[in-house]
Ligand binder design. Structure first.
Ligand SMILES: NC(=O)c1ccc[n+]([C@@H]2O[C@H](COP(=O)([O-])OP(=O)(O)OC[C@H]3O[C@@H](n4cnc5c(N)ncnc54)[C@H](OP(=O)(O)O)[C@@H]3O)[C@@H](O)[C@H]2O)c1
Length: 432
């Protein structure tokens, strides 16, 4: 895929294009979307009259929907907001990724300041949006798009901008984490734990994006851009979810003194390349992620010189996400723009020629054949599980099949270079 090109002089120029504002002046905000996040931001600003931001225009989609504010506060033409130069900043928090891209890209072309929370849109279009900022001198911040209230993007971009990172591991999706936690606490199966998460508002009616690890994959793509300067398309990243999990998997993990968490793992390999995986993983008590339970998110950053740091907080919900949007508004007032510092040098290459050690539970024998384990260390017929090494490219290629047959895969956390024999077999299959 095309990667934005950067020169060291171009990015500070983008940052400099937004000048800071005298503290007393209230910034006029154009709010696009008034759902969970939009209302969360609105409520936060209501509770903080001194926050120096006023929502002066609000655009929504449905003219007949009942609202918590009088009807005259709402309008329906987003292009009218884009054209309104009296607005100091636009906040895009709609649930339509393609329309969000159109709006955000157009705003940047017009040199506007924009805040978005839309990780699905960003993970597809980040290179273009970064390029537009360089050319159009607009500014885009999106802290809310990854882990809600946890300030991880700015931490990577600003604080760790100059320091190489060994690894970043995170629980980036509160819905699946809630389900996994409740299964562990109650010794229950997946369906009742999911139903409870939905009843409590921790999971969507259509849970597939969260439970299938599509949502944390989008976030991992954004983290890779800031942590390593590596721009990926979501499909490049292996994502495996928890729809196929059963109480026997939790019991297996418990018997090993571990929990199962959906972990996004971004890692620099010994040869300098980078890999990104988003799958269930066994997590032991030695990891800070072990105690990140229920709807919480957590991120562990391992930097070459600073060592390990751990951030934990609420990854979703109106107020936590609105809080991150407010933090971006405040940052924009101070003239802040992302620098993508790791992208100014040649970015590390993305590595997929690896073998991943997995636990696979399935009653479909042919999945074991299709994955073509290069080494099996444990096999239990009665519990229908296998532990061993599989080529990462095989997991990527067959992830839909694994999902279709309800298989459940957990990473052990061990990776190794692909063996020559496996690589040869993959090439052969590729050419069929
Ligand atoms: N919810 C969270 O906790 C959370 C956390 C992090 C990031 N995010 C991201 O934040 C964004 C918003 O999420 P949400 O949960 O607030 O969504 P939501 O509750 O479904 O609300 C979406 C809002 O967008 C409006 N909208 C949709 N299409 C529109 C269009 N074409 N023009 C104008 N308005 C439009 C809707 O209008 P109507 O009111 O007329 O339907 C609604 O007000 C998403 O990208 C989501 O991934 C959400």
């Amino acid at each position: 895929m095309s990667k934005p090109t950067f020169t060291k002089s171009a990015l500070p120029q983008a940052a400099a294009s937004v000048s800071s504002t005298p503290a007393a002046q209230v910034w006029q905000v154009g709010l696009i979307g008034f759902g969970c996040v939009g209302q969360g931001l609105y409520d936060i600003l209501q509770q903080q009259p001194n926050a120096s931001f006023a929502i002066s225009r609000i655009v929504v989609k449905n003219p007949t929907k009942e609202r918590i504010l009088p009807a005259e506060r709402f309008e329906f033409d987003v292009d009218a907001l884009l054209a309104d130069d009296s607005l100091d900043v636009l906040v895009e928090v709609i649930d339509d990724a393609e329309e969000a891209f159109r709006v955000v890209a157009e705003a940047l072309r017009r040199g506007r300041r924009v805040v978005t929370a839309n990780k699905a849109m960003l993970s597809r279009h980040l290179p273009k949006l970064v390029q537009l900022q360089r050319e159009g001198r607009g500014t885009l911040l999106y802290e809310a798009a990854v882990c809600g209230s946890i300030p991880v993007i700015r931490t990577l971009d600003a604080y760790f901008g100059a320091e190489p990172l060994r690894r970043l591991t995170g629980i980036l999706n509160g819905s699946s984490n809630y389900v996994l936690t409740r299964m562990g606490e109650q010794d229950s199966e997946y369906a009742p734990a999911l139903a409870e998460a939905q009843a409590k508002g921790f999971a969507e009616t259509d849970p597939s994006l969260d439970m299938g690890a599509f949502d944390p994959r989008s976030k991992a793509v954004l983290l890779a851009a800031h942590a390593y300067g590596t721009f990926l398309q979501p499909e490049q990243v292996l994502n495996l979810g928890i729809e196929g999990i059963s109480a026997v998997d939790i019991a297996f993990a418990t018997s090993q003194g571990q929990k199962i968490k959906v972990v996004a793992g971004l890692q620099r390999l010994p040869d300098g390349r980078v890999t990104v995986l988003v799958t269930p993983q066994f997590v032991g008590p030695e990891s800070p992620l072990y105690t990140v339970d229920h709807e919480f998110n957590g991120v562990v950053i391992e930097a070459d010189f600073a060592g390990e740091q751990f951030l934990r907080g609420r990854g979703a919900g109106g107020h936590p996400t609105g809080s991150a949007v407010l933090a971006d508004l405040a940052a924009l007032r101070q003239g802040y723009a992302y620098h993508y510092p790791k992208a100014t040098a040649p970015a590390p290459e993305y590595a997929s020629d690896l073998e991943v050690e997995i636990y696979l539970r399935t009653d479909e024998d042919r999945l074991v054949d299709v994955l073509d384990f290069s080494e099996i260390s444990e096999e239990a017929d009665e519990d229908e599980y296998v532990v061993g090494y599989v080529a990462l490219e095989n997991l990527v290629r067959h992830r839909d099949l694994l999902r279709k047959y309800g298989a459940f895969v957990v990473r052990t956390g061990r990776l190794r270079p692909i063996s020559t024999a496996v690589a040869a077999a993959l090439i052969e299959e590729e050419s069929l």
